[in-house]
Write a protein that binds this ligand. Structure first.
Ligand code: PGA
Length: 237
């Protein structure tokens, strides 16, 4: 919930322009997640570009009287490819639990969107040594999803918005743990992309992306600056 229409236009134009100049970024898949009300504008601004569009949430319901909610098929109307599900801010501020997150992820796949399911522990849970169990629970809820249309974003809550990403070695350990649990839970487990989020910055991005089980990134604050966002994208090539 940053900025407004003017910022969306200048940010997207900045990203698009930068992408045109950096041909090597064609090798990777890049998307932007604007707030719902700017999806229409985003679709128009990105017409003809390789940038993908993602939404920040969706309803677990297909359609009907759900005032204030946005359905997956509505998101498809605006060329969305991806949708975030279970971001920690949704879990913390809106009480979304694993069951609801799973229902949303399933609905996303049902309507042809690829869910990016966010998981991760709080500082308190980390201090108590609960990370492994928590992540296992969050993953169990994803049973039955199609792995080739799924990304999992590991986002330690203690790193989000702090300016300090988690150490690459720690991220690799958790990503390897996630990867190890996917067979038996989802189909095509090998195809699941496991991406990292939590204060990704241009400086530390390359080290994180060089970890064998880090397949990409979910960029928050740094994506509000086109240059920083593109530098982070460049670190993935
Ligand atoms: P951050 O946000 O990069 O600002 O930490 C990440 C997120 O909210 O997904």
């Amino acid at each position: 919930m940053n900025g407004g229409r003017t910022e969306v236009v200048s940010l997207l134009n900045g990203i698009r322009l930068g992408l045109d100049e950096k041909q090597r970024l064609e090798a990777i898949e890049i998307g932007v997640c604007p707030p719902f009300v700017y999806l229409d504008q985003t679709e128009k601004l990105l017409a003809g570009s390789s940038l993908k569009i993602a939404a920040q949430d969706l309803s677990p319901e297909l359609d009907g009287p759900f005032t204030g909610d946005i359905s997956g098929s509505m998101l498809r109307d605006f060329s969305c490819t991806f949708v975030l599900v279970g971001h920690s801010e949704r879990r913390l501020l809106h009480g979304e639990n694993d069951l609801l997150v799973a229902a949303k992820a399933k609905m996303a796949q049902k309507v042809g969107l690829q869910p990016v399911v966010c998981i991760g522990e709080s500082l308190e849970q980390k201090k108590k040594g609960e990370t492994e169990d928590l992540i296992s629970c969050q993953l169990q809820a994803l049973r039955g999803l199609e792995g080739d249309k799924l990304a999992i974003a590991y986002e330690p809550i203690w790193a989000i918005g702090t300016g300090q990403s988690a150490p690459p070695g720690q991220v690799q350990d958790i990503h390897a743990q996630i990867r190890g649990q996917l067979p038996g839970l989802v189909t095509n487990a090998d195809a699941v992309r496991i991406i990292y989020g939590g204060s990704l910055q241009p400086e530390g991005a390359r080290d994180l992306f060089s970890m064998p089980d880090v397949d990409g990134g979910l960029v928050g604050g740094a994506s509000l600056n086109a240059q920083d966002f593109l530098l982070i994208c460049g670190a993935a090539v």
